[in-house]
Ligand binder design. Structure first.
Ligand code: T1G
Length: 708
């Protein structure tokens, strides 16, 4: 599915420099291997073969990268020749030495082109990898066969199953490349290497002849270990096990047979809904950064950031900012609170050190950029200030009054509120055009989602600054309008209510959790409640009680547990019982008794639901509210909803997000389900006008992504 239809201008120039034919790939922005580039590479190799002056070929990329891989925008479209495997085979068959000189990204098909070359040189700063697994694919241009022969089964499996990038030095250590250049000048480094090869009369060295699989025992052991470790880790995913099968083929079949096997496996993955979902997610998390404001304005500078509040969120946000190399000033109301705030920051780092994911030195270095103060005057030079204090409008307004007084003109003033009206906060100070919401998700230094909440009066460059901050924090910024819950929490409230209705109607919370996990979420809704703390949702329900529609169905089961103080893991029991310190809970018969009592009180005769019925209701509620969120303009496009649910709410990435999933499921089927469910509860199951309209004109959510 192509999100972007920008005209492609791609060229592959070849120019004789002495007796070296320099082949330059130029296809902005990342030299993806579209059909023009693939054709150009073959023409260049053919030209080298027939020109007696050519003694060697040097392949380089223009711009910031060697080659980022196959052109992902071509997936799902009719294949255009030449196929990339044929291009790689043509390069490898060249009768003259072919050198790949790598800078920037050499990923996927880009690395496969380099592996099909006879020699490889890389400059510092490069990143090499075979990340196809992250797109539901596998290296389909000979990578599973050449990489294993070059670096051995164990290293090749590690690269292909993780999709990780390796730098120049690790690429050299692994044997992916022959040389690391002395300078960053990739063209001259490549030319010098090619001249050396000519001078030493080096012959073409085909990777298919490399001996990395000679130790059959080691290969078999690596393959067996990969199979054992991968099955459970990649539950539901198609391509990881196929990658292992391709490596086994490399170890046991001839190169040509292995290539044929790889091609079959690749095409199966390319045709799978998982590839469509993962490619959609890839583009969606890039498209979301393009809002009307980011197109219209440039970011203000971001060097130093203030955080007001040192609680869990404030500390997590401070760590996220420190990890991005920014200088952070934390403000708290007094010395003790500030001390606690600093301790919270240290605790986050100590937790990562405890897990072996961080060193004391890194923590110490990060904390050098951390300053605390009890006076707002310390924020006089801050470019952005993020308020993360108690969720109370009066408290927040008091903070913003101080920020209005102390901060320099042009400082961006952001609130991390989860649901309070940001427009009201903005209106309370002299510079509402500088105020917006930055809604982080806990733990703020880990969760990738950042909702950029845009009140009506904020200026465009403030929004652009927020998106620039998201990128610096390596988070996925999603533009959200102002409403209760913005995008994610607003949808969560609805699909969690659907789960509560299922629970009261007869499904146990444990069955619901399992069905949702089997769909691909890491945890079911009741496990999430127990993890986050049932008291959080309880407070939100009490807050909404004043405005809740009295005719709307209300399930009291969660309240019953909270009234007993059963808040989940932190109290040892919630929907599940947790043995001392356990993270995995056990079903609790007392909870099931409470549920039975509540059913009786509500006059509900419990029914049996299949897992499939549970998922259909859960997803119908999620999709319908997602359509409402787009219809109301709270989200710009369906893909913004997809990115939100994937990066903030555990939606399985390989399904592409709820709106992409709805398109694959069929919007007419979703609407039919909603109409069916509405027979029992017409108030809850009101079909979104957007969903009705799309079905009526035979369109889907993807059509709205392209139109925006
Ligand atoms: N194809 C098409 N467009 C791509 C692309 C690709 N491979 N990679 C990036 N883009 C676009 C991206 O959508 C964005 O577009 C712009 O380039 C800048 O991207 C047969 C089948 C290379 C590390 O998985 O990891 O090869 O928003 O914002 O931060 O075995 O892009 O500007 O319109 O990410 O500097 C395997 C994916 C493909 C690499 C650069 N390759 N790309 O990061 O820029 S499958 C990948 C990246 C394959 C073969 C198989 C990153 C990057 P727009 P960006 P960046």
């Amino acid at each position: 599915m192509t999100l972007l239809s920008a005209p492609e201008s791609a060229t592959v120039e070849h120019e004789l420099r002495g007796n070296i034919l320099v082949v330059t790939i130029d296809h902005a922005p990342v030299n993806a291997l579209n059909s023009v580039v693939r054709r150009g590479l073959i023409e260049a190799i053919d030209a080298a073969e027939v020109n007696p002056s050519v003694r060697a070929v040097l392949i380089v990329g223009a711009g910031r990268n060697f080659i980022a891989g196959a052109d992902i925008r071509e997936f799902g479209m009719p294949a255009q020749p030449p196929a990339l495997p044929d291009v790689c085979n043509r390069i490898e068959a060249c009768g003259k030495p072919v050198v790949a000189a790598i800078h920037g990204a050499a990923l996927g098909g880009g690395l496969e082109v380099a592996l099909a070359s006879h020699y490889r040189i890389v400059v510092e700063g490069a990143k090499l990898g075979l990340p196809e697994v992250q797109l539901g694919l596998l290296p389909g241009a000979g990578g599973t066969q050449r990489a294993t022969r070059l670096v051995g089964a164990e290293s090749a499996l590690s690269l292909m199953l993780s999709g990780r990038h390796v730098d120049a030095q690790e690429a050299l250590r692994l044997g992916l490349v022959d040389r690391v250049g002395q300078s960053a000048d990739v063209l001259n480094e490549g030319l010098a290497y090619a001249h050396e090869l000519i001078a030493t009369q080096a012959a073409p060295r085909r990777t298919r002849d490399a001996r990395g699989l000679a130790d059959q025992q080691a290969s078999a052991t690596a393959i067996a270990a990969a199979r054992a470790n991968t099955q459970k880790k990649t539950r539901g995913l198609l391509s990881p096990m196929k990658i292992i099968d391709c490596v086994a083929a490399a170890a046991n079949l001839s190169f040509e047979e292995g290539l044929r096997f790889e091609r079959e496996q690749f095409l199966e993955c390319a045709d799978s809904p998982q590839r469509a979902g993962l490619v959609h997610a890839f583009f969606a998390e890039r498209e979301v950064q393009k809002s009307p404001e980011t197109r219209a304005a440039r970011s203000r500078p971001i060097r130093s950031v203030g955080v007001v509040g040192g609680g869990t969120m404030g500390a997590g946000i401070a760590v996220a900012l420190l990890d991005a190399g920014l200088s952070v000033t934390m403000i708290e109301r007094d010395g003790d609170a500030l001390q606690r705030g600093r301790a919270h920051v240290e605790k986050v780092y100590d937790g990562l050190i405890g897990k072996g994911r961080l060193t004391q030195e890194t923590k110490a270095r990060a904390l050098q950029c951390f300053h605390g103060d009890t006076s707002y005057d310390a924020l006089a030079d801050a470019d952005i200030v993020i308020e993360a204090v108690f969720e109370d409008m009066a408290v927040k307004k008091a903070v913003f009054t101080e920020l209005d007084r102390a901060c320099k003109q042009g400082a961006v003033l952001a609130t991390n509120t989860s649901y309070l009206d940001i427009d009201e906060i903005a209106a309370s100070i002299s510079r509402p055009h500088d105020v917006l919401g930055l809604h982080f998700f806990s733990p703020a230094n880990i969760m990738k989602l950042l909702e950029v909440v845009v009140p009506p009066r904020v200026s465009a460059d403030v929004v652009a600054t927020a998106f620039d901050l998201a990128k610096k924090l390596r988070k996925v910024g999603v533009r959200a309008g102002v409403c209760d819950g913005f995008i994610g929490n607003r949808m969560l409230a609805v699909y969690r209510a659907a789960a509560d209705h299922l629970m009261e109607d007869g499904a146990s919370p444990y069955q619901i959790d399992k069905a949702v996990r089997d769909f691909g979420f890491p945890m079911g809704p009741y496990q999430v409640i127990d993890l986050a703390g049932g008291d959080i949702g309880w407070a939100a329900r009490k807050r909404r009680a004043l405005t809740r529609d009295p005719h709307a169905r209300y399930v009291r089961i969660s309240d019953e547990l909270c009234e007993r103080g059963w808040f989940g893991q932190k109290t040892g029991r919630g929907f599940y019982r947790y043995d001392e310190g356990a993270r995995i809970g056990k079903p609790d018969p007392e909870v099931e008794l409470i549920i039975a009592t509540e059913r009786e009180r509500a006059g509900v005769a419990p029914r049996v639901f299949s897992d499939e019925q549970i998922v259909r209701r859960y997803m119908a509620a999620m999709i319908n509210e997602g359509a409402n969120v787009v219809h109301d303009g709270i989200a710009l496009r369906p893909l913004d909803v997809d990115a939100t649910l994937i990066h903030g709410f555990g939606f399985p990435r390989y399904r592409g997000g709820p709106m992409h999933y709805a398109d694959t499921f069929g919007l007419d089927s979703v609407l039919a389900d909603i109409r069916e469910f509405a027979k029992d509860d017409p108030l809850f199951w009101r079909a979104s006008p957007l969903l009705v309209e799309l079905v009526a004109r035979g369109a889907n959510f993807a059509s709205l992504n392209r139109a925006a």
